[in-house]
Design a protein around this ligand. Structure first.
Ligand SMILES: Nc1ncnc2c1ncn2[C@@H]1O[C@H](COP(=O)(O)OP(=O)(O)OP(=O)(O)O)[C@@H](O)[C@H]1O
Ligand SMILES: [Mg+2]
Length: 138
């Protein structure tokens, strides 16, 4: 039976006063300076801006690949700051989908290894080589 989605109008993504500062040597780069954003169920949005304006930084935070320096990010009502790394891995695996600008493929990995690896990591199985992936029939 298909999983019921959240009702239209529900805030799937809510970002409040999010800042992200990178420290590079003596220099502080304020990639995000207290941004707010709400994305409701059923909405399709595009984030646009000049190069260096913080689009990728925001996407990484929304994708739970990075954490804000300050501010709050609620994903489906849950404050992501309170999640431990294993919970974040589950969120990334089960609740989010990403199409990266670059392919981010594992060097020298077999195709089935690439597909099985995230699941294996999530389940704490450790390394899954091509042989094991083949046996799994993936
Ligand atoms: N890991 C990092 N360390 C230091 N500075 C960073 C890091 N990531 C991003 N920045 C800086 O933060 C700012 C925002 O970068 P970001 O990559 O988010 O911009 P963008 O809007 O995605 O740009 P583009 O359109 O070129 O992809 C830039 O000044 C960038 O140099
Ligand atoms: Mg970018």
């Amino acid at each position: 039976m298909p999983r019921e989605g959240p009702e239209i109008g529900y805030s799937v993504i809510k970002i409040e006063g999010v800042k992200r500062t990178f420290v590079v040597g003596d220099v502080k780069v304020e990639a995000l300076r207290g941004d707010d954003l709400i994305v409701r169920a059923g909405e399709f949005i595009a984030i646009m801006g000049r190069s260096g304006s913080g689009k990728s930084t925001l996407m990484k935070i929304m994708g739970c690949l990075d954490r804000p320096t300050s501010g709050h990010y609620f994903l489906e009502g849950v404050d992501v700051a309170g999640l431990k790394e294993s919970d974040l891995a589950a969120v990334r695996s089960e609740r989010l989908g990403f199409v990266f600008q670059s392919f981010n493929l594992l060097a020298r990995a077999h195709q089935r290894h690439r597909e099985c690896r995230p699941t294996a990591l999530l389940r704490g199985l450790g390394a899954v080589g091509p042989h094991r992936a083949n046996r799994a029939g993936a």
